[in-house]
Design a protein around this ligand. Structure first.
Ligand SMILES: *Cc1c(COP(=O)(O)O)cnc(C)c1O
Length: 338
């Protein structure tokens, strides 16, 4: 793989991921969101991956490239990338050490241990967990699998773009939850190469959106991490970002921000209307549509339902319309009225 992404890299990633990640995940209609948007809205169900989130694609793509003599792998993760790396490594019989910060919810930590990986809790931010992972590379010879800023990972996430174009070549708008930008960069790249007229929109939360701040400033910047219902969208993009920032700058037509209250209502709507359990990060596309934040949307529209690894205590509170406390921020509860 060269130093820039090509469509051939995304196609090659799909081949080597065969059997290691679920390909051709379902793309299903949402009658409710279609009514809200005034045009067809389809949900790309990455919640059907074995680890419950799309990040298995990028991890499987990267792990498949490692030589047989690899000592093991490590990564720093807010959860879903760690699960993906743990699963992909176990499948190849490799040791995996997953580093994460104290902000990561308990359900995600347990989930990773259950996949057979070692978990190392290090520091209060993604950056501190990252430092521990780098130490393991230096001192124990492990190979780091980056969560978003590596071409094999981005190519793996980009396979979703290939599938979308095969499943619905008539798509006009694609909504992509945005954090480090591996997902949006990969999908956006593949889509724009295959259909330049398509509108690709990154969606993220108002509180602590690193890629949004970087795109506004024109370079990667540090943001303060805060708790969010979309916890999988937290974390920085790295001040030495090499690929995902440029890809997002090139391939995203817009970035839209949604509030915690909008994410809360969208999670309820996915449950009560679509009968889908998903985490906050997955509901940002629905949140943007429901809040009317996309202007006139040309359909058909697809939104990527990226993962379902949500803390079920918090989740049931939201479905029951209870208040949610995120650090010192309070989301006022409200029951869902269909
Ligand atoms: C990681 C993640 C995202 C964002 O992906 P990036 O490549 O970091 O932008 C969205 N949703 C879920 C569930 C995730 O785990």
């Amino acid at each position: 793989m060269q130093d820039a992404l090509s469509l051939a890299d995304v196609l090659a990633a799909r081949q080597r991921m065969e059997g290691a990640a679920t390909l051709d995940t379902p793309l299903v209609s949402s009658p409710f969101l279609s009514k809200v948007a005034g045009s067809d809205v389809l949900l790309k169900l990455e919640i059907t991956q074995a680890t419950g989130a799309f990040k298995l694609r990028g991890a499987a793509s990267a792990v498949a490239l490692l030589p047989p003599e690899t000592a093991g792998v490590t990564c720093c993760s807010t959860g879903n990338h760690g699960r993906g790396v743990a699963y992909a490594a176990a499948r190849r019989g490799l040791r995996a050490v997953i580093c994460m910060s104290t902000l990561v919810p308990r359900s995600k930590v347990d989930g990773i241990r259950d996949l057979g990986a070692e978990v190392r809790i290090a520091g209060k931010s993604q950056d501190e967990a990252q430092a521990e992972s780098e130490r393991l590379v230096r001192e124990e010879g492990l190979t780091e699998i980056a969560p978003f800023d590596a071409l094999p990972v981005i190519a793996g996430q980009g396979t979703i773009g290939l599938e979308l174009m095969e499943q619905r070549p008539d798509l006009e708008t694609v909504l992509i939850p945005l954090s480090g930008g591996g997902l949006a960069g990969g999908i956006g790249f593949a889509l724009k190469r295959m259909k330049p007229s398509i509108r690709v929109v990154g969606i993220t939360m108002e509180r602590g959106a690193a890629m949004y701040a970087a795109l506004e400033t024109g370079r990667p910047v540090e943001v303060t991490e805060v708790e969010s219902l979309a916890d999988s969208l937290g974390g920085g993009i790295g001040t030495d970002n090499r690929y995902s920032f440029e890809l997002c700058r090139e391939c995203l037509d817009d970035v839209v921000l949604v509030s915690e209250e909008e994410i809360y209502r969208a999670m309820q709507a996915h449950y009560f209307e679509d009968r889908i359990v998903c985490e906050g990060a997955s509901a940002v596309g629905a949140a943007a549509l429901m809040a009317g934040k996309l202007g006139t949307v040309k359909g058909p529209v697809a939104t990527i339902v990226t993962g379902r690894n949500v803390d079920m205590a918090v989740y049931t509170d939201i479905m029951n319309g209870r208040d949610i406390k995120l650090g010192d921020y309070l989301i006022k509860g409200s029951s869902y009225a269909a």
